[in-house]
Design a protein around this ligand. Sequence first.
Ligand SMILES: *[C@@H]1O[C@H](CO)[C@@H](O)[C@H](O)[C@H]1NC(C)=O
Ligand SMILES: *[C@@H]1O[C@H](CO)[C@@H](O)[C@H](O)[C@H]1NC(C)=O
Length: 370
Amino acid sequence: MDLPCRWLFRMLLLVAACSGILFALYSVGRRSQEPRAPARSITSPPPFFEPKAPNSGNTKSQLCRHSLSLAIEKDHHFRGLFDLSTPVLLWGSLFTQDLWNNLSQHKVPYGWQGLSHKAIISTLRLLNNPESAELFGASKPRSCIRCAVVGNGGILNGSRQGQKIDAHDYVFRLNGAVIKGYELDVGTKTSFYGFTVNTMKNSLISYSKLGFTSVPQGQDLRYIFIPSSIREYLMLRSAILGVPVPEGPDKGDRPHTYFGPETSASKFKLLHPDFIRYLTQRFLKSKLIDTQFGDMYMPTTGALMLLTAVHTCDQVSAYGFITSNYQKYSDHYFDREMKPVIFYANHDLPLEAALWRGLHNAGILWLFQR
Ligand SMILES: *[C@@H]1O[C@H](CO)[C@@H](O)[C@H](O)[C@H]1NC(C)=O
Ligand SMILES: *[C@@H]1O[C@H](CO)[C@@H](O)[C@H](O)[C@H]1NC(C)=O
C-alpha cells in the first residue's frame, strides 16, 4: 500500500480528529469491521482461466481463449464503464494547445493546474518516438498478451506463486516490490515498475530494512511514471537527459541511482492524466472525493497499475491485491511480523477490493485468492 508523506499523514489524522469525522482511516487489526460489502454475489464465479505454470505446455503463441475484451462485452455493468480506446500513455505527439487548455483545468494527478508549462513541454518533447505511446515494444507476443500484476499484499507470503507469475509475458510490479528472498512467492521477472516519485522514495526509506534497497532494474525493464505532481515530469526529463534533477523537492537527485545507467526514452513511460481521471471517475469514484479530503484522494499505485494492465493486455492475473479475507494476512508479503492492513485517508481500499472482486467474477481478470 502506498505510504503518503509522513507529515501529510499526521496532518490528516489531526484534521480528522479535530473535525470529529471518523474517516476511512482505521487500523483494521484492532476492529472487527468488514469493508463495505460488494453488491455482487461471489458464490458462483464464471469459468475462467487460471494461470498455468511454465511446464504446463502453454505456449505464448496460443490464441487467447479468454480475452478480457470478450468478457467485458458480455458483462452489462462493465461494458458501460470500459473504453478500451482511451489513450493510456501520454507522449509528445499528444501535446497540443487544446490538451494544455483542457488539462490546466484539472488539478494533479488528473491534470496540470498550477504546473509549469515549460517543465511539461520540455519533458514531453523527449517522449517524441511512437514507442512512447506503447507499453509493449517489438517483443510483444502476436496473439495474446498475458500479464501478471504483483501488488505487495501479505497474501503472497508463503503463496508459492513465483513460477506462475514469471510464466506471464509481462510482469508489473510497484512501490516496495521486494524480490530477493521472496522468489518462490513472487517470482523474479519484472517488465514494468510503476510508481510516483513520492511512493518510490517513501518505499526506499520505509522498506529498506525489509529488503527494498533499490528500485528493480534490468535491460528489459520499463518504468511507468504516474504523474501526481511536477516531480514526475522533472524526474522523467532528467532520467532521459542523464542529468541531476534541476529543481523542486528532488533537486540534485541523480535518476540513474534509481533506474540504472540506461537513459533511452523508450525505457520510460508516462501515464496520461486523462487516463487516470477516466479510471477514477468510472471505476474508483470514491465517496471520499466529496469530503474535505477530496483533493488528497487518489487510487493506489497498485490499482493504477492493475487497471493499466487491464487496458493494455489480453489476459490479466492480479497477485497480492486486497481480497475479502485480507485480515488473515499482513499488510505486505515482506513484513517480518504480522502487521494489520492500514487504510490510509488518501485511498479507498474497500472500494478497490469490491472492484477486484467484481472484475474477477465477470471474468475480466483473475484475482489470486486463498
Ligand atoms: C478538450 O476538451 C474538449 C471538450 O471536452 C474536447 O472536445 C477535446 O477533445 C479535448 N481535447 C483534448 C486534446 O483533450
Ligand atoms: C509468513 O508466512 C509464514 C508461514 O508461511 C508465517 O509463519 C509468517 O508469520 C508469515 N509472516 C507474516 C508477516 O505474516
